[in-house]
Design a protein around this ligand. Structure first.
Ligand code: ATP
Ligand code: MG
Length: 299
């Protein structure tokens, strides 16, 4: 999406330029009316909407908010939303940019390249989510060594942890074997560590603990708990129950700047449910965030 001054001499050229781009593009003027949309966008919107107020054409609250914020602040925005079209779910990842006409061409090309990368990641995440959903009735039964998985995840994320100068405090009870799917549990651990790194403060401490916690009536089995804690401002209580929703992100500056898609914790939730385990997320202002997963040790 682009936002342009009406009547600029470059506008016609720009309209020609966007017409055949393979991604949907719409140009919106400072008067909030649609200057033009390209061919791909017209198939999404159903019609041209030229000259109409953008709210009547775009309708999605998240998208409208992103465009409005871009218009008011001049800062580029991005958002992801889910659209239900006759029973079919479509996911849109949207970039809103506010370049004046004359620098727009180059910016468009680089935005396209970046969007293609993001879309690849998004598609990967959605595929993995639907794979987990498909198999959710079958409880995985392979013997999995959790401490070994955490160790290997730490080796992989080590360089990133170094980059943000985070300190690690790790305490793992070795040798606990759970029935599970090693690939999926590895993904869970990776997601939680990645979040702690992304959303914890630079130079903060990330604490990872794996311990046997004995009989768990709710699981009807002995349990093992993996907790990942990061320091920082924490998450306000009203967000906590929603964090595992697809695309839900706490709308603070940090998570926007980190550019995630908001799918990580929903994938975690599905995987843990499939393993008949529990996921708990705790936070208090100034106390950082603790994510805890509990898995049954016996089948
Ligand atoms: N450890 C954490 N500390 C603070 N905030 C967190 C933490 N983990 C998650 N969040 C908040 O919860 C939101 C959802 O997290 P989730 O992992 O589902 O998505 P994401 O990290 O934004 O994107 P993705 O994981 O798909 O790359 C994040 O955007 C962030 O606002
Ligand atoms: Mg994440």
């Amino acid at each position: 999406m682009g936002l342009y001054d009406n009547g600029q001499s470059m506008t016609d050229q720009l309209i020609k330029f966007i017409e055949h781009l393979p991604l949907p593009v719409v140009l919106i003027g400072e008067d909030r009316r649609i200057i033009a949309s390209n061919a791909t966008m017209r198939t999404v919107l159903g019609e041209d909407w030229q000259g109409r107020h953008f709210i009547t054409a775009l309708r999605q609250p998240l998208l409208i908010e992103a465009v409005e914020t871009a218009l008011v602040t001049g800062a580029a925005q991005r958002t992801v939303f889910l659209d239900r079209d006759g029973g079919r779910d479509r996911t849109f990842s949207v970039a809103v940019s506010t370049e004046p006409g004359y620098v727009a061409r180059d910016r468009f090309l680089s935005i396209m390249a970046r969007e293609a990368d993001r879309m690849t990641r998004l598609v990967d995440d959605l595929l993995s989510l639907s794979r987990v959903e498909e198999t959710s009735r079958m409880r995985p039964q392979d013997p999995v060594d959790l401490a070994a998985l955490v160790d290997s995840a730490l080796v992989e994320t080590g360089p990133v942890i170094d980059t943000v100068k985070a300190r690690l405090s790790v305490s793992l009870t070795k040798g606990t074997i759970v029935p599970g799917d090693a690939g999926q549990l590895r993904q869970v651990i990776g997601n939680l560590i990645e979040n702690a790194v992304k959303y914890g403060p630079e130079g903060g401490t990330i604490t990872i603990t794996l311990s046997d916690i004995g009989p768990q009536p709710r699981l009807r089995a002995d349990g093992v708990a993996l907790t990942v804690h990061n320091e920082g401002e924490g998450i306000a209580e009203h967000h906590l129950p929603r964090l595992t929703e697809r695309f839900y992100r706490v709308d603070n500056h940090r998570s926007r700047a980190r550019g995630g898609t908001g799918l990580g914790l929903s994938i975690v939730k599905h995987i843990i449910t499939r393993h008949r385990g529990r996921l708990e997320i705790d936070s208090a202002p100034g106390q950082g965030v603790t994510v805890r997963i509990i898995l049954p040790v016996q089948t």
